[in-house]
Design a binder for this molecule. Structure first.
Ligand SMILES: Cc1ncc(COP(=O)(O)O)c(C=O)c1O
Length: 466
């Protein structure tokens, strides 16, 4: 939950941020001096990848840290430095790196073959481990990423709405998504993820802004509404319900700052979906890490479809869409107007075995311990930042520091934060051996110790109080 710190006048905030900005050249110089091996690897990468990268998430200034190997919480970088991981491949490794149970599961499967042109009991077992954690979800389909899971959820929702549309009427196709929400790389969700506020229209009625070059257009496909505004959502959806296929919402918004919306916002989305027969999709690709039953279990609101990814694959590429049988059964072979869904590696035995081994250890007690340690980190960071224009947010095992003098509720708040300060603070932490995102998002895993959590808080305090 948000820990809202003292409100301060903006000029004082700017003076605070300027102190770290002034240290920027020294922080970057130190990073360069610690990472010559990473720089050499990065130079090599630039001759094969555009700008040196094959995935946007790891883009870093002045260059990324290349990793040689990892174990538990430790990352060993290309220069032989030992770093403490507080991001675990974008939260996807809740047991840490190379956990013995996961290594045993994949070592047991690899000699028997890694993928077949046939189903296996591994994928059935993973599905059986997941469905009881999602009350209301009766069926599941696996994909190879969270992005694909979202793509399929949108397709299922549109097909379900079309199936219920009387002959001769135009089926609804519009997807409602929220400003600042990231749902992966699929075109229809690549709108208004991080738009410049001056291009994004009025806060109460944002215009969709393309997140990428190459998108075909939002008209008739996507509408963007403000996150965490229950009344705005109700007014818009009540007026346009006939055109809406699905409401897609992150029950904890990652890019906005690991912010939990008001329960009333999620309840309003549920009520509107019920009132108008719209599909409500919770994107729990990240937030399934918050509790044994995801955020939906924490807040007691069930969506029609849930998208999953990250932790359910035990460190392997994965995604899933789960939900009501009446929707997902549209992909059953006997359906006339069926939803098609292929994928060479969907539900492959390696991912499924690793995912199941991981979920077996992620018991309610394990989530309770993760939540306790996460709360300890959040409290420590908030204490270190007391009186400063910094906000600490997150829930469960997740945390984030935002360089802003007021609380974070929605995208426009998040967009006003000092991103340069955040990335310099993150780089300064990397120099001390702690790995968070450039936006200062982090998480703990079951292998994270209290001592490591304390050491992170202490390094953060040294940076913000120096
Ligand atoms: C909420 C959410 N949805 C979807 C995705 C996309 O998942 P993937 O990177 O596996 O495609 C992410 C990734 O961070 C996410 O946070």
């Amino acid at each position: 939950m948000a820990v809202v710190l003292t409100e301060r006048p903006e000029a004082a905030d700017a003076a605070f941020y300027a102190e770290l900005h002034a240290q920027g050249p020294a922080i970057e110089a130190r990073y360069r001096s610690l990472t010559p091996g990473s720089l050499a690897s990065f130079r090599r990468a630039t001759s094969v990848f555009p700008g040196g990268y094959t995935r946007d998430a790891v883009m870093r200034s002045p260059h990324p840290t290349f990793v040689d190997r990892a174990q538990g919480t430790a990352l060993i970088d290309a220069d032989g430095r030992r770093l403490v991981d507080f991001w675990f491949n974008a939260t996807s490794l809740p047991l840490g790196h190379a956990h013995p149970a996961v290594v045993a599961a994949i070592a047991g499967q690899a000699p028997k073959g890694t993928a077949y042109y046939a189903p296996t009991l591994h994928e059935v077992r993973l599905a059986e481990a997941l469905l009881p954690r999602l009350p209301g979800a009766e069926r599941i389909r696996f994909t190879n990423s969270g992005s694909e899971a979202v793509m399929m959820a949108v397709r299922f929702a549109r097909a379900w709405r079309a199936a219920g549309t009387p002959a001769g009427r135009t089926p609804p196709t519009t997807l409602v998504k929220f400003e600042g929400s990231y749902h992966g790389s699929y075109d229809d969700v690549s709108w208004s993820v991080s738009p410049k506020p001056e291009k994004a229209g009025p806060p109460a009625r944002p215009v969709p802004v393309a997140e990428s070059a190459g998108l075909a257009g939002a008209e008739g496909r996507v509408v963007v509404l403000p996150f965490n505004d229950a009344q705005g959502l109700r007014v818009w959806v009540d007026a346009h319900a006939d055109s809406v296929a699905a409401i897609l919402v992150e029950p904890m918004a990652n890019r906005i700052g690991l912010v939990m919306p008001d329960r009333a916002f999620l309840a309003e989305a549920r009520a509107l979906a019920d009132r108008h027969g719209i599909a409500l999709v919770f994107d729990e690709v990240i937030s399934f890490r918050v509790g044994y039953r995801g955020v939906q279990g924490e807040v007691g609101i069930q969506p029609d479809l849930t998208t999953l990814g990250k932790i359910i694959g035990g460190g392997f590429a994965v995604g899933a869409v789960a939900g009501r049988a009446s929707i997902l059964d549209l992909s059953a072979p006997d359906r006339a107007a069926r939803v098609t869904h292929a994928g060479t590696f969907n539900g492959n035995p390696m991912t499924s075995a690793a995912g199941r081994a991981t979920l077996e250890l992620l018991t309610p007690e394990a989530f309770a311990r993760l939540g306790e340690l996460g709360a300890q980190v959040r409290a420590g960071l908030a204490e270190a930042a007391r009186g400063l224009p910094l906000q600490v947010t997150g829930a469960g095992s997740l945390f984030k520091v935002t360089a802003l003098g007021r609380g974070v509720r929605d995208y426009r708040d998040a967009a006003a934060s000092d991103k340069r300060w955040e990335s310099l603070c993150s780089l300064a932490l990397a120099n001390e051996g702690f790995v968070l995102t450039p936006g200062l998002s982090g998480c703990v895993s079951t292998v994270t110790t209290r001592a490591e959590a304390d050491a992170l808080v202490s390094a953060f305090r040294d940076i913000v109080r120096s």
